[in-house]
Design a binder for this molecule. Structure first.
Ligand code: CP
Length: 315
């Protein structure tokens, strides 16, 4: 497929390929001079219909470090506010002869709709409750680095607990698909109101008791309560939520010794995760996740524009 709409469309070898491709960009990004002309002459638009810090900035930095011309469109400052439809907006961007469009949208499926209308590759930067594929990939890359630093080369059998607002989480969906493809065993934990019905069909083990979900977990990935997507679900107060589902230092002790702590951000410190855990040296890889985000997005932009550039290599 010329676009990246979800982890669900990728073969396992394609996931490995993107992770391996990103390693060269991890190296480049650690140099003082962080620039190549790989995508020189190409124009990339980041069209964001929802707020973002990490995804928007890292896609912008990724495109610029690859030498492309990068333009950001914030829907709140665009003609979307005058009533222009999603399709008309997409056709407008397409008419500018751009070479890739990166889209974040609040509706599941909106990115696919645009991808079907335009002439260039489209990269999903998060669509509703559907998928956030570059987040899944960057989490896998950050985890791979952390595992290798601990002398472990493979994800096979790795027990990963994802806890939080699973119902609204495109990050959870992309991570479940990506981690399972790499061989991990994924548990999900949420209050009953925030556990999607039928999620067992994805091959995950479900928990409402966080303490039980943590037993033997080698990786603990915490998710934010997405208050902006709540539609009357009963959720505990922030204080009760922390009591039942917050990752505190005492609770982390229930996981495997040396368990790795992850969070895609933005964090609600003191709610789903305590600062003592979020900032725990040697255990928390939250800032590594952000670092890997730039490299993964460089890999995705490079690989997905190869066909148009006449370059071989998308596995
Ligand atoms: N993890 C993530 O997608 O963060 P942003 O919403 O800040 O992009």
């Amino acid at each position: 497929h010329r676009s990246l709409l979800g982890i669900g469309q990728l073969e396992t070898h394609q996931i490995h390929y993107l992770l391996d491709e990103a390693e060269q960009w991890v190296e480049l990004n650690r140099q003082s001079k962080k620039h190549t002309d790989r995508l020189a002459g190409l124009t990339i638009i980041n069209a964001f219909f929802e707020n973002s810090t990490r995804t928007l900035l890292s896609f912008e930095i990724a495109g610029k470090r690859l030498g492309a011309d990068v333009v950001n469109m914030h829907a709140a400052q665009s003609s979307v506010k005058k009533g222009e439809t999603l399709i008309d907006t997409a056709m407008t961007l397409n008419a500018m002869r751009v070479d890739a469009i990166v889209i974040r949208h609040g509706s599941s499926g909106a990115v696919q709709l645009i991808a079907e209308q335009v002439d260039c590759p489209v990269l999903n930067a998060g669509d509703g409750q559907h998928e956030h594929p570059t987040q899944g990939l960057l989490d896998a890359l950050a985890l791979r680095h952390a595992l290798r630093a601990r002398g472990r080369q493979e994800f096979n059998g790795l027990v990963v607990t994802i806890c939080g607002d699973i119902l609204h989480s495109r990050v959870a969906r992309s991570n479940i698909l990506c981690l399972q493809a790499l061989g991990a065993v994924v548990r999900v934990c949420a209050p009953p109101a925030l556990m999607p019905s039928g999620i067992e069909a994805m091959g995950v083990e479900t928990f409402h008791d966080f303490n039980a979900a943590l037993e033997g977990a080698e990786v603990v990935m915490m998710l934010r309560l997405q208050n902006e997507r709540m539609q009357g679900q009963f959720i505990p107060s922030p204080r009760e939520y922390r009591h039942l589902y917050g990752l505190t230092a005492e609770r982390l002790a229930r996981a495997a010794p040396d368990a790795i702590v992850m969070h895609p951000g933005p964090m609600n410190r003191g709610v789903e995760i305590d600062s003592t855990v979020a900032d725990l040296a040697g255990r928390s890889i939250i800032t590594d996740q952000v670092e890997m985000g730039v490299a993964i997005r460089m890999a995705c932009l490079d690989v997905l524009t190869r066909r148009a550039r006449g370059v071989e290599g998308w596995a």
